[in-house]
Design a binder for this molecule. Structure first.
Ligand code: BTN
Length: 332
């Protein structure tokens, strides 16, 4: 596990400089305001620069904040984040095995609700159904959110589709892209997968202990960055928007959207979100097959119900499914 967090002094120096971007401050004035030695400030400035911040000196040895890197640093994600709880605590890493694993460990020691674990890459990123998740360094967004929903465990499948909705809205807020949700956990643009969600929970009968919502987003990948098998079905925000996306800003917009959907979900389940989910759904009205670990059911997708189940109109009538791998059939 490799850490990329700055230290407490560099964080507070950054917030002082950032209050007035491009304005030069003398080391004497900064040392006085922050009640530290000038040498410590120089060390902090070096640390910030190594982390990618542009901090410029003028001819009189005064310093100004010019720009921040688009690195997934805790201090960048929390800076001016417009949420109440989600993302208020962030653990950021350069590399981890899986952000979901780190988050589960933190949930085990009661990390606050809304804690985010985020990484520039994962060495064992996990996808659904035992697959791995391609976690290209510094191009994607790999993050996990810890929540403690006070709901019946039977309702937890709704969390994946709720998250897909928050993601779809975030993507839509950038551009008039053709964004879709493929039940139960994929976000698509123009029919190709741009993001996936892996929700893992710890629960007992009638009680959820914690839920880890893991989200992988293909952000700034170029088409040629994907291995051939993934390239056929995947896309990225950059490929669709035709320009790189600032990942920190994307994460902040997403956390805000997640917080507001999660608040509704906790109060009333998927009921207040269903209409918006259905609007994005790429399966509705389509003939599909669902693979239930070996047995295959075919039918027309007609609904996503209030428990997050996909409802198929089959030869045996309407049937709800709470899991499975779905593909659209051209003909039945
Ligand atoms: C899927 O579509 O199969 C789900 C992919 C989920 C990937 C994310 S990346 C962050 C988090 N950590 C993981 O190991 N997996 C999820």
């Amino acid at each position: 596990m490799t850490d990329i967090n700055t230290n407490a002094l560099s964080d507070s120096l950054l917030s002082v400089l950032r209050r007035r971007p491009a304005r030069f401050h003398s080391l004497e004035a900064l040392a006085k305001v922050m009640k530290v030695e000038k040498a410590d400030l120089l060390f902090a400035i070096d640390l910030l620069r190594q982390t990618g911040y542009e901090i410029k000196p003028d001819s009189q040895g005064r310093y100004a904040f010019i720009s921040a890197p688009d690195n997934l640093l805790a201090i960048e994600i929390t800076n001016d984040l417009k949420t109440v709880r989600i993302g208020k605590t962030v653990y950021a890493y350069k590399s981890v095995q899986s952000t979901n694993t780190v988050a589960a460990r933190l949930a085990g020691v009661n990390a606050p609700e809304g804690t985010v674990v985020i990484a520039e890459t994962q060495t064992k990123g996990r996808g659904r159904l035992g697959r791995s998740w391609f976690s290209l360094e510094e191009k994607g967004i790999y993050l996990s959110i810890i929540i403690y929903p006070d709901i019946d465990p039977a309702k937890t499948p709704g969390i994946s589709i709720m998250t897909a909705l928050s993601l779809a809205d975030t993507i839509q807020s950038y551009d008039s892209l053709d964004v879709g949700i493929k039940w139960p956990n994929d976000c698509l643009i123009n029919g190709r997968k741009v993001a996936g969600i892996l929700t893992e929970l710890s629960a007992e009968v009638g009680k959820v202990h914690h839920v880890i919502v893991g989200i992988g987003i293909n952000a700034n990948h170029r088409r040629q960055d994907f291995p051939p098998d993934i390239a056929k079905i995947a896309t990225s925000l950059r490929a669709e928007m035709k320009e790189p996306v600032r990942r920190v800003e994307f994460v902040q917009r997403f956390l805000k959207s997640f917080e507001s959907d999660y608040r509704l979900f906790q109060k009333s389940g998927l009921k207040p979100l269903r209409k918006r989910i259905l609007k994005y759904s790429v399966l509705l009205g389509k003939k599909v097959k669902i693979d239930l670990k070996g047995s295959i059911v075919t039918g027309t997708a007609v609904d996503i119900d209030e428990n997050g189940n996909l409802v198929l109109d089959t030869t045996e009538g309407l049937r709800p499914f709470n899991a499975g791998e779905v593909s659209i059939l051209r003909r039945m």
